[in-house]
Design a protein around this ligand. Structure first.
Ligand SMILES: NC(=O)c1ccc[n+]([C@@H]2O[C@H](COP(=O)([O-])OP(=O)(O)OC[C@H]3O[C@@H](n4cnc5c(N)ncnc54)[C@H](O)[C@@H]3O)[C@@H](O)[C@H]2O)c1
Length: 510
């Protein structure tokens, strides 16, 4: 059985809501609307099958000839998907994956990421082609046509024109500045991050409302929005579950359905929290539908589609602004720099391989929320301590690639708890959408070593060596980061809290 076979036109972005309920102007809660629907009925028109006229939205994905079965569930045939930020690490990878699955992919980018990495004096250590070459190679290797427009999503007139032309049935919004350290450099970088991300997203929401209000909006948030609750309170999937209760002054108050507290960890994370509220409100005011994807830290370089040709590779950054931790550790191991663990290294975070992240996104595309539904998924496959990751990278580097790898604890330039409980609920992707993690951490780390040790890539890595060591302090000071201790892998025991990941009701804590 496919996870989405019983969904109906009600979830389908090809259905135009018609008839006697004026959804988008009513400003009512879903419960009130649903009452109206059951009393007065609801009719739709299908943009793909106009011959059906007006009808009740009851055809299931399994029954509808416009939805076809794939290994990730039913997928709308030739679904028109627009990717904002298509030139990025995730955007390009997803574009190839869904184009190969038969989606009609379009995308925009203003190359902000390429320029910001250059500002740091760095570059993608895996060479990446320019967009023209990427598109040409995608056609040659995979037989897919991807439509690209170079534009800044803050330019609403141009974006409006493109949205009108494409009429997307799904919009994947990756087009933001994704770096916490970048946002903490100084006022200019903090303001740029919040301006680009928050105001960019707000503008996009208005355009979607005007031009393609039925589109499934996949908005990228981050697990970093939640922070690390020191009480050990579970990190639910964005919203409190129905049975959550606050007891205060001897009385019980239901928390069910309310947004869970956010405790962002940098000005970048604040921009994501602000986005969360804006997306939530847009769903409430205008009956847009969205998944807010609280994504863990992504690692790796591999999907079948990007590995098919050197000109299809996605970027991989290792500098202190844009490199994510596992990617940076592998680079440091290749460069012979002891792996830089900040502070105690007991920080726990959620992680996900690139390949798995792409599968999750396809599943979310295949299963649009209902009109007006703001939904949240915690998208990660495993929790690790930073110190533990350093051990795993060191092990793979030495056993499989003959490298001598050491680990260094350095002063923590961030303001964060070094030791904290971490109880994360991430059930929806697995229980409702059929996702099972496929890429073991060691396998992906091994692939990264193999790629980074290629002479051409290694040469590029050497040329950005100076950008790897952390220098950006959350305190705003401009100073070197001191090494506290250098040690051999396997000599330090894990202490403190254990990571706790709940992926199913059967895990039994709720
Ligand atoms: N990579 C991760 O580990 C990770 C983890 C959690 C969340 N995320 C989120 O996922 C999204 C994508 O991340 P990524 O790693 O692919 O980052 P990325 O920087 O590689 O991709 C973002 C792309 O958006 C483009 N962009 C930014 N602002 C734009 C604008 N105003 N107009 C047009 N294009 C613009 C950039 O040029 C870049 O190509 C981001 O929102 C990020 O915050 C990433």
């Amino acid at each position: 059985m496919q996870h989405n076979e019983e969904k109906t036109c009600w979830n389908c972005p090809a259905a135009l809501l018609k008839g006697n309920v004026d959804f988008r102007a009513c400003g009512q809660s879903i419960a009130v609307i649903q009452n109206k629907i059951s009393e007065e009925g609801l009719l739709i028109e299908c943009t793909r099958r106009p011959e059906l006229g007006m009808f009740e939205p009851s055809i299931t994905f399994e029954q509808c000839p416009e939805w076809r079965e794939t290994q990730y569930g039913y997928l709308l045939k030739e679904m028109r998907v627009m990717i904002l930020g298509i030139d990025g690490y995730l955007g390009w990878t997803l574009a190839l994956k869904i184009a190969k699955l038969g989606c009609r992919v379009s995308g925009i980018d203003n190359y902000l990421r390429r320029n910001a990495v250059a500002e740091k004096g760095s570059k993608s250590v895996v060479p990446i082609a320019d967009m023209e070459t990427r598109l040409k190679t995608a056609k040659e290797q995979h037989g897919v046509d991807i439509d690209f427009r170079e534009l800044d999503l803050l330019d609403r007139d141009e974006l409006a024109e493109y949205l009108r032309e494409v009429q997307p049935e799904a919009v994947v919004h990756y087009g933001e500045i994704p770096s916490a350290p970048y946002s903490m450099v100084d006022a200019e970088h903090a303001i740029r991050t919040q301006h680009n991300n928050t105001l960019g997203t707000l503008g996009v929401l208005f355009l979607i409302k005007e031009i393609c209000p039925e589109a499934n909006i996949l908005k990228l948030g981050t697990m970093g929005e939640y922070g690390t609750p020191l009480t050990g309170r579970p990190i639910f999937e964005g919203l409190f579950p129905a049975d959550a209760v606050l007891t205060w002054r001897g009385q019980e108050w239901s928390m069910g359905g309310e947004l869970t507290p956010r405790d962002p960890a940098s000005f970048y994370h604040v921009s994501k929290v602000q986005d969360t509220f804006n997306v939530y409100e847009a769903c409430k005011y205008w009956w847009l539908r969205s998944y807010d994807v609280m994504q863990g830290v992504i690692f790796g370089v591999h999907t079948e589609e990007v590995a098919a040709h050197p000109d299809l590779r996605t970027r991989l950054d290792v500098d202190e602004w844009f490199g994510t931790v596992i990617n940076r550790f592998v680079a440091q191991a290749v460069l012979g720099i002891p792996l830089t663990v900040y502070g105690s290294g007991e920080q726990i975070r959620g992680y996900l391989a690139l390949e798995d992240a792409m599968e999750c996104m396809v599943r979310l595309l295949s299963s649009p929320p209902e009109p007006g539904q703001y939904d949240v998924v915690n998208q990660l496959s495993q929790l690790y301590k930073v110190k533990e990751l350093a051990e795993i990278v060191a092990r793979v580097g030495s056993r499989r690639h003959g490298l001598t790898v050491r680990i260094q604890r350095v002063e923590n330039p961030r303001i964060e708890a070094d030791e904290h409980p971490f109880l994360v609920v991430a059930k929806k992707l697995r229980e409702n959408l059929g996702y099972q993690p496929k890429t073991p951490l060691e396998v992906e780390i091994d692939r990264m070593f193999t790629l980074l040790l290629q002479p051409r890539v290694r040469g590029r890595l050497e040329s950005v060596r100076d950008t790897v060591f952390p220098k950006t302090w959350w305190s705003g000071e401009h100073k070197e980061t001191m090494t506290l201790e250098v040690y051999e892998p396997g000599t330090h025991v894990m202490a403190g809290y254990s990571p706790d990941l709940v992926v199913s009701d059967h895990d039994g804590d709720e």
